[in-house]
Design a protein around this ligand. Structure first.
Ligand SMILES: C[S@@+](CC[C@H](N)C(=O)[O-])C[C@H]1O[C@@H](n2cnc3c(N)ncnc32)[C@H](O)[C@@H]1O
Length: 277
C-alpha cells in the first residue's frame, strides 16, 4: 500500500535557517554520491539535505549548542515539546515575545521550545546573538506564524530516530568519517563575495578565511581516506582557489538571491558545489 505523504508529514526542515538549502537540492542531486552507508553533516543548520535524503545512519553536528538541544528534544521528546509550543502559541504577542526572548533559563525541553518559538516569530527567522551570547533578534511581522507545526515535528522526530546528534566544531568530523562508505556534506557559513556582503551570525564566532582553509584541509584529509566529500560555498575566487589546489571538482549552482532593496541586485546568483570525486 502506498501511504500518502502530505506537505506536513513529509520530513523537511522544521526551522527557518539562514542559508537553508531546501531550494537548491534538486540542482545538487546529480552530483551527490549514489552509494554510501554513513551520512555526516557537520554544519547542520536547518538540515535540508539530511531531511531530503533521510539516511538511516547519520551523524549530525553543529557548533550551535542551542540548536543541537532542539534537535535532540525533537528526536527524543517530541510530544512534550509540542505541548510546550502549544502554550507559546496560545500566549504569543509582542510583550510575550520579548519576555521569552529575555529569559533563557529552563530545562532542555523548555529551552528547545523557546528556541523554536523565537525562530518562528522573530524577524526573518534569523539567529543572532549579542556579545554575551543572548538572542537579540526583534519580533517579526507575521500575522499568523506557524509556532507549532506538530505533524512536521513528528515527521522530523521519526526521521531523526537513528541519527547521532551532537554539538561540535566541524573538525570533529575527522573522528568519524574514515572510508569509502562515508559521505560528508559540508555547508559552512559562506565566504563573502564582496567587501559589502556580510555573514549572518549563527554563532558568536565568525567564519574567517583561516576557518575556510582549515575546512579545506580537513576535506583533503577525508578525501585521502576515500571519504566522499561535498562542499557548497559562494562563488568567490578565494574558495575556487582553495579547492583547485587539492584538485576537487567545482560545479556552478544557480541560486535565487535573497530579496535586495536595490532592484539591480535582485535575480540569480552563482554558488559553488565542490566534490572530492
Ligand atoms: C549555512 S548554515 C547550514 C545550513 C544548512 N545546511 C541548512 O540546510 O539549513 C551553516 C551552519 O554552520 C554552523 N557553524 C558555524 N561555524 C561552525 C563551526 N566552526 N563548526 C560547526 N558548525 C559551524 C552554524 O551554526 C550554521 O548552522
Amino acid at each position: 500500500m502506498v501511504s500518502e505523504i502530505s506537505k506536513e508529514t513529509c520530513p523537511r526542515p522544521f526551522l527557518k535557517w539562514a542559508g537553508g538549502k531546501g531550494r537548491l537540492i534538486q540542482q545538487y542531486i546529480p552530483y551527490l554520491p549514489k552509494n554510501y552507508q554513513n551520512y555526516y553533516e557537520p554544519f547542520l543548520g536547518g538540515g535540508a539535505l539530511f531531511f531530503y535524503l533521510r539516511p538511516q545512519r547519520a551523524i549530525l553536528t553543529d557548533i550551535n549548542a542551542e540548536l543541537i538541544t532542539v534537535y535532540r528534544c525533537v528526536r527524543d521528546h517530541v510530544e512534550e515539546l509540542i505541548l510546550l509550543l502549544k502554550e507559546h502559541k496560545l500566549r504569543h504577542g509582542k510583550d510575550y515575545y520579548y519576555s521569552i526572548r529575555a529569559n533563557s533559563s529552563g530545562n532542555d525541553l523548555e529551552k528547545a521550545a523557546r528556541f523554536i518559538y523565537l525562530n518562528k516569530t522573530c524577524y526573518n527567522g534569523l539567529y543572532r546573538v549579542n556579545s554575551q551570547g543572548k538572542f537579540n533578534v526583534p519580533l517579526g511581522k507575521y500575522t499568523n506564524p506557524n509556532i507549532c507545526p506538530e505533524d512536521l515535528l513528528r515527521a522530523a522526530s521519526a526521521t531523526l530516530t537513528t541519527s547521532k546528534i551532537k554539538q561540535a566544531d566541524f573538525t570533529d568530523i575527522l573522528n568519524y568519517a574514515t572510508g569509502s562508505e562515508d559521505f560528508v556534506f559540508c555547508d559552512p557559513p559562506y565566504h563573502p563575495v564582496s567587501s559589502t556582503s556580510y555573514f549572518t551570525s549563527y554563532h558568536q564566532s565568525s567564519f574567517s578565511e583561516k576557518e575556510q582553509e582549515k575546512l579545506r584541509n580537513i576535506c583533503a584529509e577525508l578525501a585521502s581516506r576515500g571519504v566522499k566529500v561535498v562542499i557548497c560555498n559562494s562563488d568567490a575566487d578565494f574558495i575556487r582557489n582553495l579547492y583547485k589546489e587539492i584538485e576537487f571538482k567545482i560545479y556552478i549552482i544557480e541560486a535565487a538571491r535573497s530579496i535586495n532593496s536595490n532592484i539591480q541586485k535582485r535575480g540569480m546568483v552563482k554558488e559553488l558545489l565542490i566534490t572530492s570525486y
